[in-house]
Design a protein around this ligand. Structure first.
Ligand code: ZN
Length: 248
């Protein structure tokens, strides 16, 4: 089953796509498992401090906004269940310089099917380089979003074999982001291309038992490129590495 665990809807502000549009686009593209993963700061416009120029929301109850988003995705997913499996995730912002965006400490995200955590490699992140504690705090399966993990480890002087084994033990997966759209100026992620070329990196990941995910990171459904997702799924499986939700 082809997986894509990274897609945005209008809950994210930087996408205008309805949940249904994103799901139908994935079905047309031959995706079997789709994860919708809207930005934690966008969901429901539920936080008075983060509303992208729309003014304060009347609903300051962020917890309820998260639940409403989850319920909406799940209700939509149910309608398409004979054609595609849809998971509800959340892409979590962690950068302090944008502290209004950071996931509030009190927010419960444990009921999500998974989360994608951003900016592990940014010195400005509240994680301070520690994905393990933050993933535990999230309480749901966690993945590292669009991060050059080998570059991050090299800068920190961490031994990659040991680090990837720790990730596997903590059940934290690593996203290979294959985005290519106008929102991101048609810039592909260099770390993903490098990983598909680099046999040594592949061997480290394979030996560690860590799982990967593939994400197109769609923000504009009409620019979705299912072929990039399919190719990445195939390359990962061919190298003997498992994908995050294989077998569900
Ligand atoms: Zn994203």
């Amino acid at each position: 089953m082809i997986q894509d665990l990274h897609a945005h809807t209008y809950y994210s502000f930087d996408s205008r796509d309805k949940i249904e549009t994103v799901i139908e686009t994935a079905i047309l593209g031959g995706i079997g498992l789709l994860g919708i993963s809207d930005h934690s700061y966008g969901v429901g416009c539920g936080r008075t401090d983060v509303c992208y120029g729309k003014g304060p929301s009347l609903d300051a109850d962020y917890g309820s906004a998260l639940v409403r988003y989850y319920d909406h995705v799940k209700t939509s997913a149910e309608r398409y269940r004979s054609r595609i499996k849809v998971l509800c995730g959340l892409e979590i912002a962690t950068r302090l310089s944008k502290d209004a965006y950071v996931l509030p400490a009190s927010a419960d995200v444990s009921f999500f099917d998974y989360c994608l955590i951003e900016d592990l490699d940014n010195a400005d992140s509240i994680m301070k380089g520690d994905i393990f504690s933050f993933a535990k705090r999230c309480g749901c399966p966690a993945g590292i979003a669009h991060t050059d993990l080998f570059g991050f480890l090299a800068r920190r002087g961490e031994e990659p074999n040991r680090y990837f084994r720790r990730l596997a033990e903590a059940n934290i997966f690593w996203e290979i982001n294959v985005n290519f759209d106008s929102l991101h100026s048609f810039r592909a992620h260099g770390y993903a291309a490098e990983f598909f070329q680099n046999k040594k990196q592949q061997e480290i990941v394979r030996n560690s038992g860590v799982k990967l995910s593939v994400g197109f990171d769609s923000h504009i459904a009409r620019e979705y490129k299912a072929e990039r997702v399919k190719t990445a799924n195939k390359l990962i499986r061919d190298m003997g590495v498992r994908l995050a939700f294989d077998g569900i």
